[in-house]
Design a protein around this ligand. Structure first.
Ligand SMILES: C[S@@+](CC[C@H](N)C(=O)[O-])C[C@H]1O[C@@H](n2cnc3c(N)ncnc32)[C@H](O)[C@@H]1O
Length: 267
């Protein structure tokens, strides 16, 4: 383990790498997805473990959701969770604001009849209308469930609140939101050290993320209370989650980031 001092020798490298990331978040995400060559357990994408193990841990919690409703995977990336969700709900709609992510999700889901994808910025005022239109194209109208993984912790406070408000008309009376986010309790240096970075080497998928994307924050109960105000949302359940990454330290098993999950319904 690095001593308390040695890990700070990483800082100049982190600053150098992250200074090359595009400043506009949408440009950063779209460029990132456009440069991805492969996904899954040996791929480029830090948060894609290539396994259903994390989702399988969430399945018992889905028993409070109405599983006859479709589910919308908000910020779906390459659709790895969307495809798995499509096996547990009648339809899974993956939405992402990065066109390159949606293109990759469609390619990777070739042949699936219960997953579909669309481009949508979930923080803009008419997002819920875009969701309704995309669900309509898949043959669904009315309330839907929502799944969010690893999206709220990359948004600022305003973006998180706007996204949550846009979900109220999507879930309606019958749908619920299930969210799972990283909630790492430390500095960015602690975070990258946890994922195997040293002053001499950084695992490639982590380096790609640092080089191309805005620095992530954390999302836990405190952030959830602000984004999903009690006047609008009832908390059904919350707790700790384990967010699995692409294998980094051991090629045969994912690394894990401490996380947070919550289930909410509209009041
Ligand atoms: C860390 S990735 C997680 C991808 C996917 N949920 C998963 O767990 O594999 C975050 C995703 O959120 C998307 N995203 C960020 N802000 C968004 C927004 N305002 N609307 C829609 N998607 C957004 C990014 O393009 C990116 O694909």
């Amino acid at each position: 383990m690095l001593s308390a001092f040695r890990k700070y020798l990483l800082i100049p490298r982190l600053i150098r790498l992250s200074s090359s990331a595009p400043k506009d978040p949408l440009t950063a995400w779209d460029t990132y997805w456009g440069n991805v060559r492969s996904t899954g357990a040996a791929g480029d994408v830090l948060w894609d473990s290539g396994s259903d193990h994390e989702l399988e841990g969430y399945l018992p919690k889905f028993s409070v959701l109405d599983q006859s409703l479709p589910i919308v995977d908000v910020g779906c990336g390459n659709g790895s969770f969307t495809r798995s969700l499509a096996r547990h709900f009648p339809h899974a709609l993956g939405l992402d604001y990065a066109e390159n992510a949606v293109e990759r999700a469609r390619l990777e889901s070739d042949g699936s009849t219960t997953a579909s994808y669309g481009v949508c910025d979930m923080t803009v005022p008419d997002a819920s209308r875009t969701v309704a239109t995309a669900l309509g194209r898949a043959g669904y109208s009315g309330d839907a469930n929502v799944f969010i993984r690893g999206v709220l912790h990359v948004l600022d406070r305003k973006g998180r609140a706007a996204l949550a408000a846009n979900l109220l008309p999507v879930v309606g009376q019958r749908g619920m939101v299930f969210l799972a986010e990283t909630n790492f309790p430390g500095t960015p240096v602690d975070y990258v050290t946890h994922l195997g970075a040293t002053k001499d080497s950084i695992p490639a998928p982590l380096e790609w993320a640092i080089r191309g994307l805005p620095m992530p924050g954390r999302f836990g109960a405190a952030q959830r209370r602000k984004a999903f105000p009690a006047a609008d949302w009832e908390l059904v359940e919350e707790g700790e989650a384990s967010i699995e990454t692409r294998p980094l330290s051991n090629p045969s098993k994912p690394d894990v980031i401490p996380g947070y999950f919550a289930i909410l319904r509209a009041r």
